[in-house]
Design a protein around this ligand. Structure first.
Ligand SMILES: [Zn+2]
Length: 313
């Protein structure tokens, strides 16, 4: 008797067209998990009902992030994801708290010494006394590692929050673009960041909406370092679109970073919207295209002149 079978996700449910009360064909998938392969629609008697997609987390009732196949709870306090979010928060790429590995987090959680991420920063000597494997030196080392971890770059903290689709690179971009106000931005502001897609913007909007107060509270506990890059305004360059082609005296990334520091964009393809093509030696089709479109093409010396405020290019 098969009592339950996997339906994987909501895309699969839609693909099968399966409804509650249906007769179905089941196989042993991978020789283990019962899987529904077919719905016998001709056996329906009209009493079947649609499988509704939940909009709230069954554990904490927070609004879910809907990504088609996957539904994800974004609430950091949700018990269903709590322990894992603590483990992630203190891991190497995040707050990097030495000595606070997976097993210890699980132990502290089981013993009720930590109840959420913040509670890590309120641990006291007495919380460890009597725990297996904890002696004076180990306790003191761990407590000072926790204290030291409070001082950390903002981008690492953003990574540590474990926001869906927001990894180290995206976190850095957020910290550099918006500073401490990264979580108060609109969907459009997120979507306009270079390298950010609609999925990332949607995830950020959802997460920051649910966790705004929480982030403010973290700011009071931690001593985060600002990484915001102040844009330099240069009328020749700011808000313009550049394309870089050919071999220049330094790497393309060097010029890209330089151009972006003025609040200008670097695009990979030439169009009528391109303001400047910065070309080096052996520039090929992009330069030709720019010339045919009448886009202004400048070499490195002319670019440097622009930087210097010279508009006679
Ligand atoms: Zn939840």
């Amino acid at each position: 008797i098969v009592k339950s079978a996997t339906l994987h996700n909501f895309d699969e449910i839609a693909r099968l067209g399966v409804m509650i009360g249906d007769s179905v064909s089941v196989i042993r998938s991978g020789d283990v998990i019962p899987k529904i392969t077919k719905v016998f629609t001709q056996r329906r008697d009209g009493l079947e009902s649609k499988i509704a997609k939940p909009t709230l987390c069954p554990e904490c009732l927070s609004e879910l992030l809907d990504e088609g196949a996957f539904l994800k709870c974004q609430n950091l306090d949700c018990k269903a994801r709590l322990v894992n979010s603590i483990i992630h928060f203190v891991s190497k790429k995040c707050l990097n708290i030495d000595g606070l590995g997976e097993n210890i987090v699980e132990l502290l959680f089981k013993e009720g010494k930590i109840t959420n991420i913040e509670s890590i920063f309120f641990l006291k000597y007495g919380d460890f006394e009597g725990l297996e494997g904890f002696k004076e030196k180990k306790i003191n080392n761990l407590l000072s590692a926790i204290e030291n971890a409070k001082k950390c770059p903002l981008s690492r903290f953003i990574t540590a929050l474990g926001i869906e689709h927001i990894g180290e690179v995206a976190a850095k971009k957020l910290a550099q673009s918006f500073g401490f106000e990264w979580f108060m931005q609109s969907y459009e502001a997120y979507a306009n960041l270079e390298g950010f897609g609609t999925q990332m913007a949607k995830s950020l909007e959802e997460f920051t909406h649910v966790n705004a107060n929480r982030i403010q509270h973290f700011y009071e506990i931690l001593h985060l370092e600002d990484e915001k890059k102040e844009l330099i305004i240069n009328d020749n360059i700011s808000n313009k679109t550049f394309v870089i082609t050919g071999t220049l005296s330094k790497s393309r990334d060097h010029f890209k970073e330089l151009i972006e520091s003025f609040g200008a964009k670097v695009s990979s393809s030439v169009s009528k919207k391109t303001d400047f093509v910065l070309y080096g030696s052996e520039a090929g089709s992009k330069l030709e295209k720019a010339q045919s479109l009448g886009v202004k093409c400048i070499n490195e010396a002319e670019f440097n002149a622009l930087l210097g405020g010279d508009d006679e290019v």
